[in-house]
Design a protein around this ligand. Structure first.
Ligand code: TXA
Ligand code: MG
Length: 328
């Protein structure tokens, strides 16, 4: 059985035990303000290889290094441009991941052999304490099997990864519920690779124009923006996005309907779930809801398509991926 240890705060002795496991090359799942991460010593290639094995993650998909601030970040990059300094000063600690040309200190496996490294300074006090106690950057993707839903609870980690993790630190539900915004600073212009809790407008206000990468790369191809396989973040149930208020056809099998702001009359046997028309709240609850529906044996989830405005960008992105058809 995987060990789950409750953690009450940064001074909890569980953090020290976790740090010792990490220094020894083991795997520790820990809470961040976005989702739970599956951590390993980011400078130890063998430890990072365990992350890939535990997740079933393709070797082409690099991992984020988690640091405790800009000073640690600078040691891991070949260049630290002014724009990175300004962004880190404004948004770190927080859910913003910066992609920059890597320094030689970054093992190849962390970069998936590429020239750049993704860096993030998480805002969760336990995550920060763990990075500091371990005394090195922590490689940490979301703590789930590759292509599955990200975990927002320790129990999600345990059911997705089981014995592959040496210790799970249980810090309760994560706050933002969606993965960090990823901003690529390694090209000519800042480019958002993954929308997240930090909105484009927040970035533009600090650094001027940013591009939004909207493409998607089929799984298995060389990935220009790695890890952005179209089907991702997916529940086991089939997820379909529907126009709010449109007539509901007779769903097959065990079904749920997720309404935003209101619920229409539902056919008998369809479980109704009402979420508020609030992007932040939906973002915080989305993965837990999909996990719950999966656990309840739900086969078909109909969810109302969120509004088109920027506040919903990250939620729309995850829903699009979660509802994408399986790639062969
Ligand atoms: O909120 C988060 O970012 C969470 C928590 C645990 O910090 N982490 C997370 O990691 O979502 P992961 O591995 O599930 O997603 C990271 C994404 C992947 O799509 C990966 O391809 C991309 O970041 N990535 C990592 N390194 C990159 C790089 N050098 N260049 C471009 N994309 C990179
Ligand atoms: Mg992930």
């Amino acid at each position: 059985m995987t060990r789950i240890r409750p953690v009450t705060g940064p001074a909890d002795p569980a953090v020290l035990e976790a740090a010792a496991i990490l220094r020894g090359g083991g795997l520790v799942a820990f809470p961040t303000e976005t989702v739970y991460g599956l951590g390993a010593d980011g400078l130890n290639s063998e430890a990072v290889a365990r992350i890939y094995a535990a997740k079933g993650r393709p070797a082409t998909n690099p991992v984020i290094l988690h640091v405790d601030g800009p000073d640690a970040a600078r040691a891991l990059v070949a260049t630290w441009p002014e724009v990175a300094a300004v962004l880190a000063a404004r948004f770190w600690p927080g859910p913003l991941t910066l992609v920059l040309p890597a320094s030689e200190a970054v093992p190849s496996i962390v970069r998936a052999g590429g020239p750049s490294v993704a860096l993030r300074c998480p805002a969760h006090p336990v995550a920060l304490a763990l990075i500091r106690a371990a005394g090195r950057p922590l490689a940490a993707p979301s703590a789930n099997r590759s292509q599955h839903l990200s975990p927002t609870l320790a129990a999600h980690v345990a059911s997705s990864l089981g014995d592959a993790v040496d210790l799970i630190l249980d810090g309760g539900p994560t706050e933002a519920g969606l993965e960090s915004t990823i901003l690529d600073l390694s090209g000519p212009r800042p480019r958002i690779l993954r929308p997240g809790p930090i909105a484009p407008a927040d970035l533009v206000a600090v650094v001027g124009p940013v591009e939004l990468w909207e493409g998607a790369v089929a799984a298995g191809e060389i990935q220009a923006a790695p890890g952005m396989a179209e089907r991702h973040y997916a529940p086991r149930a089939r997820l379909e996005l529907v126009v709010p208020g449109a007539g509901l056809s007779r769903p097959q099998g065990r079904s749920a309907y997720v309404g935003l702001g209101s619920l229409p009359a539902l056919p008998e046997g369809v479980r109704g779930v009402l979420l508020p028309l609030d992007a932040e709240v939906v973002g915080a609850r989305l993965y837990a809801l999909l996990h719950d529906l999966d656990d309840a044996g739900c086969e078909w989830i109909l969810m109302e398509r969120p509004p088109e405005d920027e506040a919903w960008l990250a939620v729309r992105d995850r829903l699009r991926r979660a509802s994408a058809k399986e790639t062969p």
